[in-house]
Design a protein around this ligand. Structure first.
Ligand code: ZN
Ligand code: FE
Ligand code: FE
Ligand code: ZN
Length: 268
């Protein structure tokens, strides 16, 4: 088993089930030594009930996680984190949100391109996939990833090839885009995650794909692992496959964070 699962949610976001205690119990049961809650941070540009918690719920979130952290401290390390959206133009608000508490790490995720939630399964929102050129979506996505890394807000970049979620793959070779992105990640010191949730989505593979991950590894971009659980049963799920993928491209260790600093590196 991998040492830590760093990506999971709570019902505060409005689309996850199960209490933090249930997530903790699965984590202990599957043999994780550490786990990090990274629920969806309040949306920066508008309130989005059902997608993220609200700004006034940040203290509740903190209290919920501090509670399990205290009660289960002899069995597992628990970290408090956020998954925050990156939306250009809202940096000040993003900074305010992520500065609310001394979070152990912030996962920066791009779920929006031109205000379009491209990973939203709502049929009306998915319609936009027919309007956009798929290669443009990916190019814009990678440009946003680079921009997000440069803010310095994030320690980890979440699910770094998310546009493939519903199966849309680029039809052009975007290797240079990915290489440019890996370079910025290396320069800015962010890590990427292997996110196993993709296995449970139409694409049926982890984020990022082998070819992308290989480029990140070759560039020296560090790694974390996340199940992106929205249900306690998914904590640590498919981590055997994740470790195989990581090793297959050459990774030998992954990072553990504490108060936004690398606490240690753990061998795979
Ligand atoms: Zn979610
Ligand atoms: Fe996400
Ligand atoms: Fe998530
Ligand atoms: Zn996520």
């Amino acid at each position: 088993m991998i040492y830590a699962d760093y990506h999971m949610h709570t019902p505060l976001c409005g689309h996850a089930i199960g209490s933090p205690e249930e997530y903790v119990k699965t984590a202990i049961q599957v043999g994780l030594k550490e786990m990090g809650f990274s629920d969806h941070a309040p949306m920066v540009h508008q309130r989005m009930p059902g997608i993220t918690m609200d700004f006034h719920e940040l203290p509740t979130y903190q209290q919920m996680i501090e509670d399990v952290k205290g009660r289960f401290s002899s069995q597992i390390n628990i970290k408090v984190a956020l998954e925050a959206d990156f939306l250009p133009g809202y940096e000040a608000k993003t900074k305010e949100i992520i500065s609310s508490y001394p979070y152990d790490y912030i996962i920066g995720s791009v779920h929006f391109i031109d205000n379009w939630a491209f990973d939203d399964p709502d049929p009306k929102v998915k319609e936009y996939w027919k309007i956009y050129n798929v290669n443009d979506v990916y190019r814009k996505y990678y440009a946003l990833l680079r921009q997000s890394a440069k803010t310095g807000f994030f320690q980890i970049i979440g699910h770094p090839d998310l546009p493939k979620k519903f199966g849309a793959r680029p039809t052009e070779d975007l290797t240079e885009e990915i290489k440019a992105t890996a370079k910025v990640f290396k320069e800015t010191g962010v890590a990427i995650e292997i996110n196993t949730a993709g296995l449970r989505k139409p694409i049926g593979e982890m984020y990022p794909a082998f070819n992308c991950l290989k480029i990140y590894c070759e560039m020296g971009v560090p790694l974390t692992f996340g199940s992106d659980s929205h249900d306690p049963k998914d904590v640590g799920r498919d981590f055997d496959k994740a470790i195989d993928l990581a090793k297959s491209v050459g990774y030998t260790e992954h990072l553990v964070f504490k108060q936004r600093k690398v606490e240690k590196k753990v061998k795979l």
